[in-house]
Design a protein around this ligand. Sequence first.
Ligand code: NAP
Length: 300
Amino acid sequence: MSLRRIAKLNTGATIPLFGLGTWQSKKDVVKNAVKVALDAGYRHIDAAWIYGNEKEVGEAIRESNIPREELFVTTKLWNNSHRSEDVLPALEASLKNLGLEYVDLYLMHWPVAFKSGSTPVARDEAGKLIFEDVDITTTYQAMEKLVETGKTKAIGVSNYSIKNLEKILAVAKIVPAVNQVELHPENPQWELLDFCKSKGIHVTAYSPLGSTDSPLIKRDEIAKIAEKHNTQNANVLIAWGQQRGTSVIPKSVTESRIISNFKDIELDQEDLAALKALTEGKAPHRYCDPKEFWGIEVFN
Ligand code: NAP
């Protein structure tokens, strides 16, 4: 197996199974992180309008002088732009930030519509979220129109459960190319993965290391496998995701980690069984759950 492995999307395009995440990568360091990643051989960068750093991410991409067609760039539609008329302007704003003519993939970031407007997360005086009454199918149908503009090569969704995917699929003319969700051995979501596979939807694993300050990466079970392969704990988690056929997009702004995360290992059956055992008899654990930060249930 090689980290340069790719998957084929239902559009016919390819997506690298390994990419760089950029959430929480601060503006003053993210440009260098993307540069180091591209120098190390990464060809897939995961961005989002809400991360507030598309401009710096785009600068690093453009300054790399890597032919655009060799790169896979994803960005995401934020929750305040779910009305049909807001969708194209939102993509155009991201392209302007990135300084790119197109992205390879445009994702609906969450199946949740916040009040339209310039405030990313609108709240009332009592601090309660203000939602926009727009169904996810309406937003998705507006996203379908983006493909013919050439401003994105593919469209997809993020944080979608089977139930929400079924809702979209019932009206979709274009099957989402990707569903980007939280996946790691503590939240393997096997059923969702099987469902996506059956519908031709590629899956990208976010927070593959368990996100910031995660206890997952420090677990003894992970360390034991890493020691056996003479590698780092992160590489075990990355290999787990790739061996399930998902793209994996670990974030780092630390040069040494960006480089070491790119190193390839192959887990064996014993390792995979040990990782599977992490959730046996236990409820899956999410590190990125809107129940905690917005007080809403998204995945049910
Ligand atoms: P992650 O990639 O699981 O973990 C990132 C954390 O791990 C950072 O604190 C990073 O620290 C650290 N790290 C990286 N490599 C390491 C290594 N080799 N050893 C030890 N620690 C290491 O978390 P994430 O950022 O939540 O998820 C990855 C990407 O997925 C995001 O950046 C974003 O692009 C995407 N994402 C998407 C959504 C969505 O809703 N679609 C949600 C969450 C994430 P340093 O940076 O300090 O090195």
